[in-house]
Design a protein around this ligand. Sequence first.
Ligand SMILES: [Zn+2]
Length: 365
Amino acid sequence: MTQLSLYDFYRLIPKIDLHYHLLGGVRLETMLHFAKKYKIDLPVTVAKSFYRKYQLPGMPRKGGIEALSFLYSIMKDSSDYHKVITEVAEDAKAVGLRYIETFWNPSDCPISYNKLNPELIKSVDLAEKIYGVTIRFIPSINREASPEIAVDMVKNIISNPHPYVLGIGIDYKEQLAPVENFWKAYKLAKQNGLRLTAHCSEFGLHWRNVETSIELIGCERIDHGYTITENPELTEKYANEGIPFTVIPSNTYYLSQWTSKDEWQKKHPIRKMAEAGLNIIPCTDDWHIHNTNSANCYLTMVEDFGFDLDGIRTMIENSILAAWISEEQKYIWKKEWLAQFDELRSRLSDEPTIDKEHHIHYKRP
Ligand SMILES: [Zn+2]
């Protein structure tokens, strides 16, 4: 039996990503390809400034939200989305990512929802045939646009239902518009059987946004939600209820808060969330834009955050249970994937070495 390196282990274990922005998965060369196709003047240096991999101190740089907005403006045809979905599936396969629930923002897209959605469905079917990766959709509200636009988005989803469109989310700059502004869109979505999630309490913003998303809006899953640990009572409640939190080890805001790894390890909210027993699920957010992938995501959870492989196994299980798939599918994946996890783990020559001081025994309550 071949022995495995740790990186190969992270690469080969079957994984799920529940917090993946479709256009965050656009490769640099694909961005340049779209610019060329539509005769948009985009110097390589400017294109690179959207990608963390190429962002150097002192050089012009742009954030993930700017990158997504820019990409929506230059992707003008459904064939562009087809190309992106195909590449997303190819990249996913390369690192053992088997299932993705992906966000996209219909209100930012120059192609109408009614026209684009059937094309997206065809593209994911084809990608699944070629790469064996399943992709499902969570149309997401751009909170920088008006609540009325969000209601229109939900109406379009309802009048063009498809089993691959699972629910709705909300993203973009949380400080500009709290989730409660969009209660009508969420209410309509819920009444029509769509599942609900929301980006909240990101960028160090108040834990109240998590509370509002769950208690008022009725979200069943939370994207980010890091400041919830500042409210121990709610943290305990949500830990007991098992509310899934999709967390991002490569989150830009927290990466920029502490330069010393020692400080980062002590204060990072993902560690605090785990220690409080919250149901956390590591995800990538913006794959190429943030220079990450699913294997690196789990590697970071071990090497930087101090989780052991029992903890990683729990998170893989968390992700299967939190996915918006049938109970039967959850049962099958749990049985097969955890057996694969154990088999791959038995082929490691050594378990990862984790500094005793930072080691977290992660177990859900
Ligand atoms: Zn996100």
